[in-house]
Ligand binder design. Structure first.
Ligand SMILES: Nc1ncnc2c1ncn2[C@@H]1O[C@H](COP(=O)(O)OP(=O)(O)O)[C@@H](O)[C@H]1O
Ligand SMILES: [Mg+2]
Length: 315
């Protein structure tokens, strides 16, 4: 080494090379010489990165200085540019592990939620009161819905999910848990709702669960003969998500008023939609005009329509 610029000297100090560079060889300074050797052999600049210590990464750019005598080209020396890229590489590594960590956390949250719902199910088996049994069973279903979102998040990179990946298993969950054989209910879904951030997907899944539960409980109560429930998901261009849950069951009671409802289910729906999701809810009797290929409304007032409009704002 014949010359080291003042910047080079302080840069080397920072990465732990404190000897006086001038007069020493690269090897004596503790800098890998492979880059220099390659540059001198190939007669062209060589860029190489090496890990100086566990947390120092250096980027060297070695430019050979050449002399041409006739057709002969010889190396007279070279310039080594040294750059400390430790911070850059540390951030690269962090980014890689961040995704994996987030997935791992979602996985653990899912496991914890499953433990909670198992404990509650054990509790249900010891209860006698019908009301208590059905209250805790509903809670178990809500917890399983949230676990479902975390399970899906634990499989995907990043913090948003394809919403249909949650809605399909959610319909299955309701189909298994709420049906009874004497009044079969057919569930279907149209559209997919695109990708949603977890902050929207989690409360929205709980809302949809409540609406499905109500469709089964109140649309097709004991003694009725069953029917269909359809979920329609659509994203409009201006960042609105529309969700419709429609059933062709018994329909709303004549004195039904959304604002006066005191049930827990619709209270959860109202709170989550208006505060967490900043959206709107409309609930009304279905009409023949609401019929689709998947679900027929035979007469006006047979069945219930719930429409949600949710703004999707990226974080
Ligand atoms: N799909 C539906 N069809 C008919 N009635 C419904 C439907 N959804 C909700 N309702 C009415 O709204 C009421 C409130 O629902 P909710 O708040 O979920 O409480 P709960 O289900 O415990 O009664 C229900 O009792 C029912 O009368
Ligand atoms: Mg309910």
């Amino acid at each position: 080494m014949r010359y080291a610029s003042p910047n080079a000297v302080s840069a080397m100090h920072r990465v732990g090379i404190s000897a006086n560079a001038v007069g020493q060889t690269l090897a004596e300074l503790g800098i890998a010489e492979t880059a220099a050797r390659h540059a001198f052999e190939r007669l062209e600049p060589v860029v190489e990165e090496f890990e100086q210590t566990a947390d120092v990464t250096l980027l060297t750019r070695t430019i050979p200085t050449l002399k041409r005598t006739g057709r002969q080209v010889s190396v007279t020396g070279g310039v080594v540019l040294l750059r400390d890229v430790s911070e850059l590489r540390r951030r690269d590594r962090l980014l890689l592990t961040k995704d994996a960590t987030i997935r791992e956390i979602h996985h653990r949250v899912k496991n914890n939620l499953q433990t909670i719902s198992s404990l509650l199910r054990l509790q249900v088996r010891r209860l006698k009161s019908e009301e208590a049994i059905s209250a805790i069973t509903e809670s178990v279903r809500r917890i399983r819905t949230i676990a479902l979102v975390h399970e899906t998040l634990s499989r995907e990179a990043g913090e948003d999910i394809s919403f249909i990946e949650i809605v399909r298993p959610l319909l299955r969950l309701v189909e298994e848990g709420l049906q009874s054989a004497d009044r079969p209910v057919k569930f279907s879904v149209i559209g997919d709702g695109g990708r949603l951030p977890a902050t929207i997907a989690t409360p929205l899944s709980v809302v949809i669960l409540e609406l499905l539960q109500n469709a089964v409980d109140h649309g097709f109560p004991e003694g009725s003969k069953g029917g269909s429930v359809l979920v329609t998901l659509g994203q409009s261009g201006d960042g609105q998500l529309s969700v419709r849950v429609i059933d062709n069951g018994q329909g709303l009671k004549s004195d039904f008023e959304m604002a006066k409802v005191t049930g827990l289910g619709l209270s959860i729906v109202r709170t989550l939609v208006t505060t967490e999701l900043a959206g709107t809810i409309q609930m009304r009797a279905a009409t023949v005009a609401d019929s689709t290929k998947e679900l027929k409304i035979a007469r006006d007032g047979d069945g219930t329509v719930v429409d949600l409009e949710i703004p999707i704002v990226g974080e």
